[in-house]
Design a protein around this ligand. Structure first.
Ligand SMILES: Cc1cc2nc3c(=O)[nH]c(=O)nc-3n(C[C@H](O)[C@H](O)[C@H](O)COP(=O)(O)O)c2cc1C
Length: 226
């Protein structure tokens, strides 16, 4: 074969980190440690993650399922709690937005490596009100508002320049004015029916405590094997 770049290419050989890592940074998680409400417990762990110096303690993986039955996942930011649910904001017309409109069920996962903790939530998802979405939109920097207005999230774009030019055109069109809240942008709220708190322990004997909704709308806590 000719001496092309492809012929000379050597894939990187990256050794995976030590898989015998023992999780011992935190004390065990006992049933008696848990607050009565799982979203209060989650907020306590979010505060711990913030205090541990995580850069984005609110980053969570959101899994959705398309109408072909295939799951997809991506990271979004937790932007608060309301009406018994956990909130994030996105483009309703992008992939996750369309999947959630067609199938309003999702799962969320936090992982805080500095604390060796994971939290998993599952439940139905609903759109937040226009008022709530507008209030959050207005709290964002102008550049972020412009980005939300200009991006056709998940669509294929030919070049970076096309995106930048669109953003610039909107910046000029709205000079001296507020960027309008786009119809296709706003919040989703996931109201969990189950929330699992996972604390890493040594020997892979991790603690897993899961809140599950009772018929009476109260919570029961069950312990799961690691
Ligand atoms: C740390 C982090 C935070 C993010 N936060 C958000 C967010 O809050 N909302 C959002 O729409 N996308 C967010 N993204 C981008 C998404 O991961 C994803 O690329 C985008 O939403 C498009 O996903 P989709 O095509 O599945 O709809 C974030 C990405 C990272 C890495």
């Amino acid at each position: 074969m000719a001496d092309t770049v492809a012929a000379r290419y050597e894939p990187p050989q990256v050794p995976m980190p030590n898989t015998a890592q023992q999780y011992t940074r935190n004390p065990p998680l006992n049933e008696s440690d848990l607050l009565p409400e799982p979203l209060d417990q989650l907020q306590a762990w979010l505060a711990d993650a913030q205090n541990a110096g995580m850069i984005e303690p609110g980053a969570m993986t959101l899994a959705t399922v398309g109408d072909d039955g295939r799951p997809s996942a991506r990271v979004v930011l937790c932007k608060g709690f309301s009406d018994g649910g956990i909130c994030f904001y996105t483009n309703y017309a992008g992939r996750k937005g369309r999947e959630l409109s067609a199938n309003p069920e999702a799962a969320l996962v936090f992982w805080w490596d500095k604390l060796e903790r994971q939290v998993r939530l599952e439940g139905p998802v609903e759109r937040m009100s226009r008022e709530e979405s507008l209030a959050y939109f207005r709290s964002r920097p102008r550049e972020s508002q412009l980005g939300a207005y200009s991006s056709q999230q998940s669509a294929i774009v030919a070049t970076r320049e096309e995106l930048d030019a669109r953003m610039l055109a909107h910046d000029e069109a709205f000079a001296g004015q507020d960027i309008p809240l786009p119809e296709h942008w706003g919040g989703f709220r996931l109201r969990p029916r189950a929330v699992e708190f996972w604390q890493g322990r040594s020997g892979r004997m991790h603690d897993r405590l899961r809140y599950v909704r009772n018929e009476t709308a109260s919570w029961r806590v069950e312990r799961l094997e690691p």
